[in-house]
Design a protein around this ligand. Structure first.
Ligand SMILES: *[C@@H]1O[C@H](CO)[C@@H](O)[C@H](O)[C@H]1NC(C)=O
Ligand SMILES: *[C@@H]1O[C@H](CO)[C@@H](O)[C@H](O)[C@H]1NC(C)=O
Ligand SMILES: [Zn+2]
Length: 530
């Protein structure tokens, strides 16, 4: 689930106007919350009595805030009225306005303490980082002009760079007086503790509200805290400009950090399980070039995909009398890629998906011939950006189970039992349009009319059936990778064969089954045509 967030630059005491603008935007956009970067209040050294009056109205609830708004220390001390309010009211200034304190001893003083940085760096990651000063060297490797009219860059701090480099936030917001600056996104190299994926940071520095040239002071974005880090680096992304210092960090700069976390809701990437690096093509079980590949299971090799019989198949050669072999088949892309959508080359991606569908169709044609329309089939896939080498599993099922809706129901009920999200009926093609990982089940039954094969488009129960069920997967629940096999094992009364590891065969038997399949599939195998 993604949340819309609004980020506001320095307000410097003009909150009556700014909050009213925020409320108007919120009415149209329903933000989850707003964050203020830099000073919310005017500098107590130069503030006037109208500032004090406005603070009084704020505290007494006369300024309406329709959404939670968070602010932190900027460069100035907080006004005395606000400090008193915070002392008595644990962080809430008025309804919906919250102060996010650092961990310094005097938490209302804008002084960076070594403890703050240490505590924050102890956290393993964050989605949003807010600092009122810039990280050192942030413009290195960037082609974006900071200020075409000349003018000074804000202070850069090595300790802020260290913090950003270790937290690897998705967004790092800062302030730059009268100027707005957004750097090209940059990626952090994978580390031993987080080997999967390259986290990407967007550094955005907002102008103050009401700057002389009316530069951008407000920024809205959506974030899905549960999404995995990108596997594909978006175009325009640069390497990280940040280098971790080995030097002792400065101790007396004016600095405040906030790693944004409200009830942990936006900091999900914390306790990720340690995982070994994903297998390379040489180690992969599905790459044709790999020495680990079980070559005796291969039954057909096309241009962009190939077929193998399944190791430890769910069905046996006795499951379906019309078929003399197990018929649990894998359709595998030749490209080593965790999902179809992550095949970078658009043409290769299309050709791969099309050929996998063509293999599926050929398998259906084979069933139609041998089982005289008594068998339908399910083809399922777990598409995860963090996967290794995607593939489809194909298994025949009695046509009656498909026609009576029992196959669909079996998937839906099991998902409900597992408290997974709800299945949707939709065709996601090669998955490029999907924003999350997903599980899909393609359910097919042949037309049972004498003409056979083709769907005729009306609601006749003897028409062919071709349904695609899709279950979105995200990191908020643990998805069982054996889900598809488990559902079908229960449905087909093959509970004893739930786990492939329990269904091992001798290599001789595996070879004999693969040969029997090849013989049956021969006349449908387009890879044999020349
Ligand atoms: C205080 O609020 C009033 C409106 O309520 C506004 O006109 C005035 O400019 C504010 N003062 C400052 C310093 O923003
Ligand atoms: C069945 O659906 C898939 C997509 O879900 C599609 O590619 C294929 O062409 C369809 N087959 C028929 C015979 O309609
Ligand atoms: Zn592979």
């Amino acid at each position: 689930m993604s949340s819309k967030i609004l980020v506001v630059g320095e307000v410097n005491g003009q909150f009556p106007t700014v909050f009213s603008k925020v409320s108007t935007l919120h009415a149209k956009n329903s933000f989850a919350l707003a964050i203020i970067v830099g000073d919310l209040f005017a500098d107590p050294h130069t503030s006037t009595s109208t500032d004090d009056q406005n603070i009084t109205s704020l505290i007494s609830g006369k300024i309406d805030l329709p959404l939670p708004v968070y602010f932190m220390l900027g460069r100035h001390r907080l006004p005395e009225q606000i400090v008193q309010r915070l002392e008595s009211d644990a962080g809430e200034i008025c309804s919906n306005l919250y102060f996010l304190a650092g961990v310094s001893k005097d938490k209302y003083q804008p002084a960076y303490s070594e403890d703050d940085a240490k505590t924050l760096r102890g956290a393993s990651s964050a989605d949003i980082l807010v600092t009122s000063q810039w990280p050192a060297n942030i413009r290195t490797g960037s082609k974006v002009d900071f200020n075409p009219d000349g003018g000074q860059e804000p202070d850069h701090q090595q300790c802020v760079a260290d913090l950003c480099a270790s937290l690897k936030p998705r967004y790092h917001f800062s302030t730059s007086n009268n100027i707005f600056f957004e750097r090209e996104p940059f990626f952090h190299a994978p580390t031993e503790a987080a080997p999967d994926g390259c986290p990407i940071t967007r550094f955005i520095s907002l102008a103050s509200y009401n700057s002389p040239k009316k530069q951008k002071w407000i920024y809205a974005f959506s974030i899905d805290p549960t999404a995995a880090p990108a596997v594909i680096i978006p175009p325009g992304t640069t390497a990280s400009p940040l280098s971790l210092s080995n030097k002792k960090r400065p101790t007396a700069t004016s600095q405040e950090f906030s790693r944004f976390s409200t009830d942990g809701a936006y900091t999900h990437r914390g306790n990720k399980r340690r995982r070994a690096a994903p297998p390379t093509p040489a180690e992969c079980f599905f790459c044709l070039s790999s020495p680990n590949l079980a070559t005796h299971l291969i039954t057909s090799i096309g241009t962009d995909a190939y077929l193998t019989t399944a190791k430890g198949p769910l069905s046996t050669s006795d499951t379906y009398p019309s078929l003399s072999f197990p018929s649990h088949i894998l359709i595998i892309p030749l490209t080593h890629s965790p999902t179809l959508a992550s095949i970078a080359d658009a043409e290769a991606r299309k050709n791969t998906y099309d050929e996998m569908q063509r293999y599926r169709q050929a398998l259906h044609d084979m069933l139609t011939k041998f089982a005289s329309c008594k068998l339908g089939a399910v083809t399922w896939e777990v598409s995860r950006a963090g996967g290794v080498h995607t593939h489809w599993q194909f298994l025949p099922v009695p046509v009656d189970l498909v026609r009576r809706g029992l196959v669909e129901a079996a998937f839906k009920v099991e998902a409900e039992n597992e408290k997974y999200p709800t299945f949707e009926t939709k065709d996601v093609g090669d998955g490029t349009e999907e924003s999350s990982d997903f599980f899909r089940a393609l359910i097919w039954a042949p037309a049972s009319t004498a003409s056979g094969g083709e769907a005729d488009g009306n609601d006749d129960s003897t028409a062919a059936k071709n349904t695609s069920l899709v279950l979105p997967l995200d990191a908020s629940f643990r998805f069982d990778l054996q889900f598809g096999r488990r559902v079908l094992a229960k449905l087909l009364g093959l509970g004893g064969r739930m786990h492939w590891q329990d269904c091992g065969q001798s290599e001789e038997d595996e070879t004999a089954d693969a040969d029997a399949f090849k013989k049956a599939f021969k006349e449908f195998d387009f890879s044999l045509e020349d």
